[in-house]
Design a protein around this ligand. Sequence first.
Ligand SMILES: C[S@@+](CC[C@H](N)C(=O)[O-])C[C@H]1O[C@@H](n2cnc3c(N)ncnc32)[C@H](O)[C@@H]1O
Length: 202
Amino acid sequence: METKVDWFECVRKNKDIESSGLNNDFIYFFDKFRKAVADSSILLVGTGSTELMFTEWPRILKVLGAKNITYLELFDGYISKFSNREYKIVKGDVKKIDEYFEKNKFDIVCWFHGPEHIKQKEMPQTFSKIKGLVSKGLVSICPFGSYYADAGTEENVYELHLQPDMVVSDFDSVVGLDFFSVGEKDTADAVIIGYYFGGIYG
Ligand SMILES: C[S@@+](CC[C@H](N)C(=O)[O-])C[C@H]1O[C@@H](n2cnc3c(N)ncnc32)[C@H](O)[C@@H]1O
């Protein structure tokens, strides 16, 4: 069966996941995600450059019951653009996330469209630092393949894809998380999702 899916839309519109064509890995993940997000404090890594990027994940998370949302962002231009808005922004590098927040300050860290912006060898320690902070879990999303390889702005070096063609096996050295792909490699909607949920959420 054609696996190209717009899982983002599926979540956004809160459609019936089972009938959407999404794979079993996604259905299994999403059930845990939905339960964990309810009533949670969430840290989102990366505001993105546009109004839509800044507001869309928070909107989805709130639909799923998130209690409050904070951003971590490294690029000064985006921090000034979105300062004094509805979500607090902390300046910092996700690779040093443990330097900015105490353990359990956030229930969940969502690092969406992020791992492609750091080096492969930096991923194990970064994921481990995130995992050490959260009370419920963490979720990451990155492109599956090279569709967005050339994405990035001259304005923001942090938007460059230091990993331009990601596949699930790139995460082999990241321990304690499950990774799976959704969609057909190298297409616009194809993503790799990684997650960890602990305790009753696992
Ligand atoms: C492709 S955008 C994704 C934006 C948003 N999370 C989304 O899913 O639409 C990547 C964002 O991560 C930020 N970023 C890149 N490297 C980072 C790092 N090491 N620490 C924190 N933020 C970083 C970029 O500046 C940008 O805002």
